[in-house]
Design a protein. Structure first.
Length: 224
């Protein structure tokens, strides 16, 4: 007596069939990154569909369309995987400037960056500043592989770049406000000159030994 093929007409069978298709889609996507694991995933997905689909045994497999669709996706994935350029992993990063720099709050600076691998994907590189209220560090928008240092306030901060576990050297940035410093120095100098003028006026007044009825105007000038 011939063995009756096993069918799954219940909801669980449809669930396993959908799971098989999901595994196939994931496997196709994985083949772009890693060929062998992706093909293994596609194989598992096809097994689920063949074994557990409620209509799996109603027609011979060579008369069904889905195996050809899956095979086409697999061949396209393999083609993409073979023709995709090999992007090397970043192993070394550096910021090519002095280990400590000073900037005025009104100016920005562009620092060159270096990746050891010439064909590496620099889009994954992260830019960091230890204190964004002092300085921000970001990629230059013109496409050149360099970073822009933008002062935000007076103080000190460290900047660096990272790519995964790889980190560059750290650069210490000091931000000053030269306009404020110049204004404070000018005010201090003016105060010192005014104090010196008053001191000289007092010396000149008392050197003349004025009498009690001396020149009141000179005394008032000296007192001010």
């Amino acid at each position: 007596m011939a063995r009756q093929p096993q069918t799954h007409s219940n909801g669980f069978g449809w669930f396993l069939c959908a799971l098989g298709w999901f595994i196939i889609v994931i496997g196709v996507l994985v083949t772009v990154v890693s060929l062998i694991p992706g093909l293994i995933g596609v194989g598992f997905g096809m097994f689920f569909i063949v074994q557990y689909s409620p209509k799996a045994s109603s027609r011979p497999i060579y008369k069904r369309k889905w195996p050809f669709v899956v095979s086409l996706f697999c061949m396209l994935s393999v083609l993409v995987n073979l023709t995709a350029p090999d992007v090397p992993e970043i192993t070394s990063l550096s910021i090519d400037c002095e280990s400590a720099i000073q900037l005025d709050i009104s100016e920005t600076a562009t620092v060159p960056l270096t990746v050891e691998e010439s064909n590496a994907d620099t889009a994954s590189i992260q830019f960091y500043s230890s204190d964004d209220s002092v300085v921000t560090f970001s990629a230059v928008a013109d496409g050149a592989f360099s970073g822009q240092v933008t002062p935000c306030g007076e103080g000190e901060a460290d900047i660096s770049i990272t790519a995964g576990e790889v980190q560059s050297n750290v650069v210490h940035v000091t931000v000053i406000d030269s306009a404020r410093i110049a204004a404070e120095e000018a005010a201090k100098k003016a105060a010192e000159e005014e104090e010196a003028r008053r001191t000289m006026s007092r010396k000149n007044l008392w050197s003349g030994s004025p009498s009690v009825g001396g020149n009141i105007t000179e005394i008032l000038i000296a007192a001010t």
